[in-house]
Design a protein around this ligand. Sequence first.
Ligand code: SF4
Ligand code: SF4
Length: 368
Amino acid sequence: MHATSTLTEADRLMTVCNSCRYCEGICAVFPAMEMRRAFSDGDLNYLANLCHSCGACYYDCQFSPPHEFNVNVPQVLAQVRCESYEAYAWPQFLSGAFQRNGLVISIVSALSVAIFIIGFVLSHDASVLLGDHTGPGAFYKLMPHNAMAVLFGGATLYALTATAMGVRNFWRDIGEPAGTLTEPASIWQAIKDASTLRYLDGGGVGCMNEDEKPTDHRRLYHHFAFYGFVLCFASTSVATVYHYLGREAPFPWYDLPVALGTLGGIGLIVGPIGLLRGKARRDPVLQDKTKYGMDVAFLAMLFLTSLTGMMLLGLRATPAMGLLLALHIGIVFALFITMPYGKFIHGFYRFVSLVRYAKERREAAEHA
Ligand code: SF4
Ligand code: SF4
């Protein structure tokens, strides 16, 4: 007996697949499935979070619709995955944010931008917003650096705590000991698998999106988005170090924080546009349509983070700087505080699932 009808359907599919095993070479899900004879809710949530939704096992399957077995692994695992985000969310009363997620994230973002605009005006006067602020320390004429550090430090701490608690709930539910997350060999293997998106390659031919013709587009755009985010994070980190060494933003275009931020910003524009385009064209049979808004909201937030950052870079010496700063840090603040309650969370559950899979695969090889 499973907790939801989606998990019951996933159990039925995994039982069919475990008898068939045709797809065992495509990705990590099928070998992990073969290590089990029965599937608990935790097992199914683990397999769902291992799935990268490459679509190959739908087009390769002789039992997919219109066959009466109605086997659609990518769609059902996508549904299980989305339900798992809600089930493991911390604190649990905020799990409702996964319902109508696009609307929730839009409201939080709009409020966040408005609060920064109002905050700038109230702490000075309305003219500060459209005033000319240039040279080192220009940003801090609108909001002191220490206030920014406390606000964003607090938001980051909250997001990381809520994410860690969600991952802890997941880890307990799948019955894995905490020690697995400290095994260097498993972590290193998971880093390699995640950083190359090894299981988004349809078993070597590419990901299937709009039809059964494989391409590497989704993997490529995912890389743009992921590494773009990493570079932007590195840019902010270097800028923080600079600040405490006595150098104040904004920095010249050739300086490290700007160079890293510009490269990252390009990735965060190209990646989300490519992924949004791919999503619009994706075969509906592969998707959990009820969570379309969540995926779009996440990609839109990454895109807007970059777009507002690039506009701020380009127009920082003009009177538009104040409004653009409010827009940019408002979007970034909303991105961070909604991180545990949106699509951002998929990266964390998928990574720890890869850690567990690396351990299981190593143990299976040792006992073979
Ligand atoms: S998805 Fe279809 S072909 Fe692949 S293992 Fe399952 S039943 Fe077999
Ligand atoms: S959709 Fe791709 S990653 Fe997911 S189970 Fe099927 S083959 Fe594996």
